[in-house]
Design a protein around this ligand. Structure first.
Ligand code: XMP
Length: 515
């Protein structure tokens, strides 16, 4: 394991992912982790992340000074390097010229940490402080035009520092540097593989669950599907997979999911048809927040009833991923038992908690994984690509893509229109060019003409967007002929629709979904 001590950098998680790309396991821990705690973890290397502070600020985060004496290689990145310099007796001051963005690395010592990093490589810089005087025993490995000490080393003690960010994609040669640190300096072996993870996860699940029963709410996404597979492999019939059909999924999706689990995985699934209940709950409701609230609430009701009917269960399986673990740290831990407890159901992140008497103990076999690692595991166990790489889909489903009142007539119309969008995109092999691509139904009608007939029907909005993370997004510049085909097909094939419009709003100010 390589431990990353986090000093508040937006890139800490990214460092962990880069290390894992070298097939070495890594974890992000608080900078407060003591040398003693680290010794118990027995890491092969430690990385100190960047951070927003300045080492000479009062109250700036400091690591336990004993970590320099652990005999474990350390790499300080940006703030991490400055801290290393300051704590070991060097000097850091505000740089004359702050350096943000790309800088060209001039290499003074092309061995060790910088083996295979090209002289003149572009590296990403973001710092206002600079190292003025190196501590004893350190030497400079590289500099840039504005930064005399861009990379430093104490070869004997295996302490290294870089002022730039090797983890970001703009840093060419950054991965070579990381590999040097991981393989040559820390002497790690590439053992963090999908097969090794699956094997260990199964062993851990068996150890934890024993002969107890586990409940899993299957949603059809890659996380819950992968979870189901791992759990079933580990504990077989002690697992109950429950799939609640709210009636707001895309056309054919519930059927496909059930078929996949039954025929391909041979994992039994408790199918709960709650379509009428959900529709009834939001009957006549037009306010988006109220709609979401009611759907979330009903989900909990159904979940509670069904788990009582099928239970009792000792554990609830959740698809918590590593980023959630880093973010929530220890806030969800039961103070009595020390076990993590369910405080919300993930697929409905906008709903409140589970009722008190339903506070299951949690089992979270994916809690060490990043999303791309879950995909790899999913793929390795035979999940089809359509699940592994599915676009995000909101918990309340199509109910928030029908503006205003949701009726079964409108659901059917939207399902058919949405299917056309998916078919045309798949036919052209461009599904992965989009973050999301879907249809929205507006609760108004406009006039059209078909044949000799005047029509008065709903419009469909096409929402095709690109995004990195869903936080910001842009509408996709798609070819006109794609829009033309989709529009023609929807108006001709979907009864109740006579007009198709294209949403050309970015996020912000728009959101991706319409409600
Ligand atoms: P917005 O509409 O806020 O959406 O731009 C950002 C991303 O989140 C998805 N989304 C949801 N996902 N439950 C979810 O699991 C929800 O209630 C929900 N609402 C929006 C949306 O599809 C987009 O990817």
């Amino acid at each position: 394991i390589i431990v990353i001590l986090d000093f508040g950098s937006q890139y800490s998680e990214l460092i962990a992912r880069r290390i894992r790309e070298t097939q070495v396991y890594s974890e992000v821990l608080s900078y407060r982790t003591t040398a003693e705690q680290l010794r118990q973890l027995n890491p092969k290397g430690i990385i100190l992340s960047g951070g927003p502070s300045s080492v000479y600020d009062t109250g700036a985060p400091h690591s336990d000074p004993e970590i320099w004496n652990l005999g474990v290689p350390v790499l300080g990145v940006c703030y991490g390097m400055q801290l290393m310099v300051q704590q070991l007796g060097g000097q850091v001051t505000r740089a004359e010229r702050a350096e943000y963005g790309k800088a060209s690395l001039i290499i003074d010592d092309p061995t060790d940490l910088l083996t295979n990093v090209d002289d003149g490589s572009t590296m990403w810089m973001s710092h206002g402080d600079s190292c003025e005087m190196l501590p004893e025993g350190f030497e400079t490995l590289a500099h840039t035009e504005n930064t005399p000490c861009a990379a430093i080393a104490h070869h004997e003690k295996k302490l290294y520092g870089v002022q730039f960010h090797p983890e970001v994609v703009h840093s060419l040669g950054g991965m070579a540097l990381i590999r040097n640190f991981v393989y040559h300096i820390c002497d790690c072996e590439p053992t963090w593989t999908t097969a090794a993870f699956v094997e260990e996860a199964i062993r851990e699940i068996r150890g934890k669950v024993g002969d107890k029963r586990v409940l899993l709410a299957l949603s059809g996404g890659v996380d819950s599907s992968t979870l189901a597979f791992l759990l079933y492999k580990a504990i077989g019939e002690q697992l109950t997979c429950m799939f609640i059909d709210q009636g707001f999924m895309r056309k054919g999706e519930p059927e496909r999911l059930l078929k996949l689990f039954k025929e391909q995985f041979h994992i039994p699934v408790e199918y709960v048809n709650a379509r009428d209940r959900f529709l009834e709950q939001i009957n006549g409701i037009t306010d988006p927040e109220e709609k979401r609230r009611r759907i979330g609430h009903e989900f909990i009701n159904v979940f509670e009833e069904e788990s009582r009917r099928l239970g009792p269960f000792d554990y609830l399986a959740q698809g918590t991923l590593y980023p959630d673990v880093i973010e929530s740290a220890d806030t969800n831990v039961d103070p009595k038992t020390g076990e993590r407890v369910a405080v919300k159901i993930k697929s409905h992140h906008n709903v409140g908690g589970l009722p008190k008497d339903l506070r299951f103990k949690l089992i979270e076999p994916l809690r060490k994984l990043f999303k791309d690692e879950v995909r790899k595991v999913g793929r390795s166990i035979g999940l089809p690509e359509e699940i592994v790489n599915r676009h995000p889909f909101p918990g309340p489903g199509l109910a928030i893509r029908i503006l205003g009142e949701v009726t079964s007539e409108r659901l059917n119309i939207l399902r058919d229109a949405d299917l056309v969008v998916r078919q045309e995109i798949n036919r052209r092999g461009i599904y992965h060019d989009f973050w999301q691509a879907f249809a929205v139904l507006l609760p108004i009608r406009s006039v059209g003409v078909m044949g000799d007939q005047r029509t008065y029907a709903y419009p469909i909005v096409l929402r095709l967007i690109n995004s990195e993370d869903g936080m910001t997004a842009d509408w996709s510049r798609v070819p006109y002929d794609l829009l033309e085909t989709i529009s023609n097909r929807i108006v001709n094939e979907v009864k109740g629709v006579n007009r198709v419009v294209y949403d050309i709003t970015s996020k912000p100010p728009g959101t991706i979904e319409w409600e």
